[in-house]
Design a protein around this ligand. Structure first.
Ligand code: MF3
Ligand code: CO
Length: 260
């Protein structure tokens, strides 16, 4: 069931998305060699609670963090831990915040200090693929148009698209219909309509597309242990030009010239 949001609900979606983005901006200030991923999680949790929100991943089917932490070969749903970030790593921080009953969902993959040039290029490309997907989100077009835009952009560059995980609708729940795959054919899937709130979240690998899920049932990493990146925005379909509800602007402000 796809729930189209009213203007009143969109106000609440905007507020939840804004807190989600501000939290990732706060996390950005702490990403550096020597910092544990547990520390990033604590920063996020405290920031959300201080601003009246609820960390929606924490306790969700038993998930142990506020943030999903995705270091290097980790794709999604990694646990915050005592791992100490090292120069040259990449770390994805995926976050869902609930505020006044509505959810915002966003993910950003950060370089830790200086990363290898091909990794820097990879991150820029994966982030761009998110905007290619967003550009395809138009009322009257289909979800497959988003999927195809992400997949064709990434595969032309020699990267691969994770198949097992996808984007999703969002609203009162963090996961609503429809599913938003990052691969597929144009012209298939549900028709997009004004007021449809969806999360677009390319999960893209440098090596093969295959992933394995660890025995904890959550943490997903690439099978070949080559690196993976993940960016995500919450958007609402509005005619030809979607409104992007989350924003990387707080991250840009936090990182200054280190923002890529
Ligand atoms: N952005 C992630 C998703 O859409 C958030 C997952 S939260 C978790 O699946 F609790 F499931 F980990
Ligand atoms: Co999501």
């Amino acid at each position: 069931m796809i729930y189209l949001k009213t203007e009143e609900e969109l106000q609440l979606m905007r507020a939840a998305a804004e807190l989600t983005s501000a939290t990732l901006g706060e996390v950005a200030r702490w990403v550096a060699p020597g910092v544990t991923t547990q520390k990033l999680d604590t920063i996020a949790r405290e920031y959300i609670l201080d601003h009246g929100g609820r960390p929606a991943c924490l306790g969700y089917h038993g998930f142990p963090g506020t943030l999903c932490i995705e270091v290097n070969e980790y794709v999604v749903h990694g646990f915050p831990s005592a791992y100490v970030l090292r120069e040259g790593d990449i770390v994805g921080t995926d976050l869902v915040v609930e505020l006044n009953g509505y959810c915002g969902d966003s993910c950003y993959t950060f370089p830790v200090g200086e990363v290898a040039p091909e990794v820097d290029t990879f991150l820029r490309h994966v982030k761009e693929s998110l905007y290619k997907g967003i550009d395809a989100a138009k009322a009257g077009h289909r979800i497959g148009d988003i999927s195809n835009a992400v997949q064709s952009y990434c595969e032309k560059l020699g990267y691969t698209v994770v198949r097992e995980m996808c984007g999703h609708g969002i609203g009162r729940s963090m996961h609503e219909d429809p599913e938003v795959p990052n691969f597929g054919r144009r012209g298939i899937g549900p028709v997009m309509k004004d007021g449809m709130c969806i999360c677009i979240e390319p999960m893209i690998n440098m090596g093969s597309k295959n992933i394995v899920i660890e025995r904890d049932g959550w943490q997903a990493r690439t099978k070949d242990r080559k690196w993976s990146a993940h960016y995500e925005h919450t958007i609402v379909v509005r005619g030809e030009d979607p409104e992007i509800l989350t924003s990387f602007e707080p991250i840009r402000e936090a990182l200054g010239e280190r923002f890529i």
